[in-house]
Write a protein that binds this ligand. Structure first.
Ligand code: FEO
Length: 407
């Protein structure tokens, strides 16, 4: 098969093409993750000397793009459809692909097969099932399979193409990022998008994926081709990023997710932030309810902060005796990410009796960290409360700076 030089397919080398779809206008994923730059569903076509293979089948919403790209590439048959992961953004288009290429055989691990049956009701007794280190020969090149469980589902799989040394890494090393021009973006924007993706998708599994990262690096890939975002032409860039992100190291930074109903909480937050900064602590303020869409966006920003923040301070008013639901959402979401944060505090403005801080403590069991006594004040903070806030800032800063000695 010959692909014309002037097609819009992205050519990784003479035998490998990115044929997936961009989705620049999608703003939310899993009804949870905000994507300011959209995303891509990468799919790769490999033309061996004797067999060809398609890796992943894009989100069903974008299957027309994959089909159009395969037609542009003059693909009149497919030998193999390699499925690295059963989540629908990579598997949902498979029925259309199998309709168009009925002789194609699905190649995947037993775990992918199991999850395809659960999530797509796709069953096929003719699937070729691969185990760790099994090799799919394409003629002059081959794909070696490496399951990478819990990066981020139990079924994620990497495949390594040799001799080209391209690592197709599924969601690992991905980024929700797209631009109009290219799958190739080597920039700080790409690293920032990859960090955001890591924080909301991979961070809960950071202990588990350490070994997947190590084994990927041992392969010495020339290119990493993930399932989302741009390819990494210098894999050491993303290896270095991931090593930092999965480590236990933190920096002297406090993230403060907060909301305010009548500016009482906000006054306390600003005062605390001002004093933390004066003590040499970086502060990120995340106003969860400033705009109607802020809860989703700012919760995502808080998760992004938690990749390396020393401390989090949840700041909120009460509603009907409990925590404002917006802070409960942020706390439950943060807890799910199993952050490495070393310290946790709370500011709470209440009007009458409250068990709000107990509720937030109860929904954050994954914060295996030192918890400062919550600072609770009635209504608008008084002069006495500001003195307490100043002490709170000092307590937090001392703990952080003591904890970070030698960093
Ligand atoms: Fe991009 Fe887990 O799917």
């Amino acid at each position: 098969m010959k692909i014309e030089e002037d097609t819009y397919l992205y050519k990784l080398n003479d035998s490998v093409y990115e044929v997936g779809a961009k989705d620049p206008n999608r703003r939310i994923f899993d009804s949870l993750v905000y994507m300011p730059q959209g995303t891509t569903y990468n799919s790769y076509l490999i033309e061996g000397n004797t067999h060809n293979a398609l890796i992943d089948c894009v989100d069903p919403e974008k299957i027309e793009v994959l089909i159009s790209n395969l037609r542009a590439a003059k693909v009149d048959h497919l030998d193999y459809v390699v499925m690295l992961h059963a989540e629908q953004d990579h598997s949902g288009g498979i029925f259309t692909i199998l309709d168009l290429y009925p002789l194609a055989k699905i190649v995947c691990t037993a775990k992918v097969k199991e999850l395809l049956a659960i999530h797509l009701h796709l069953t096929d007794e003719n699937m070729i099932i691969m185990k760790d280190m099994d090799i799919l020969d394409l003629g002059g090149m081959s794909l070696t399979f490496h399951p990478i469980p819990f990066a981020h589902w139990p079924d994620n799989t990497m495949v390594f193409l040799e001799p080209q040394k391209i690592l197709f890494s599924s969601d690992l090393f991905g980024a929700h990022y797209t631009d109009e021009n290219s799958t190739l973006v080597m920039s700080d924007i790409q690293k920032k998008a990859a960090r955001g993706y890591f924080s909301e998708i991979m961070m809960p599994f950071r202990k588990i994926i350490a070994k997947h990262i190590a084994s990927a690096q041992l392969m010495k890939p020339a290119i990493i081709a993930p399932a989302h975002g741009a390819v990494w032409l210098d894999p050491e860039v993303i290896f270095d990023c991931y090593k930092n992100w999965i480590s236990d190291e933190v920096i002297p930074k406090v993230t403060i997710p907060y909301l305010t109903m009548h500016q009482s909480t906000e006054k306390a937050v600003f005062y605390l932030a001002q004093h933390l900064k004066a003590l040499g602590i970086e502060v990120e303020l995340r106003n969860l309810t400033n705009q109607p869409e802020s809860l989703l966006i700012e919760t995502g920003e808080m998760i992004y902060d938690l990749v390396d923040a020393s401390a989090v301070v949840f700041a909120f008013p009460t509603v009907l005796g409990g925590p404002h639901p917006a802070i409960a959402y942020a706390a439950i979401t943060a807890n799910a990410m199993i952050p490495k944060t070393k310290f946790m505090g709370m500011l709470c403005s209440y009007a009458w009796a409250s068990k709000a801080t107990e509720v937030i403590n109860s929904v954050t069991p994954n914060f295996k960290c030192q918890r400062f006594e919550p600072l609770i004040f009635k209504g608008l903070p008084t002069q006495e409360d500001f003195v307490r806030l100043e002490s709170y800032a000092k307590e937090i800063a001392d703990a952080i700076l003591g904890k970070n000695k030698g960093l």
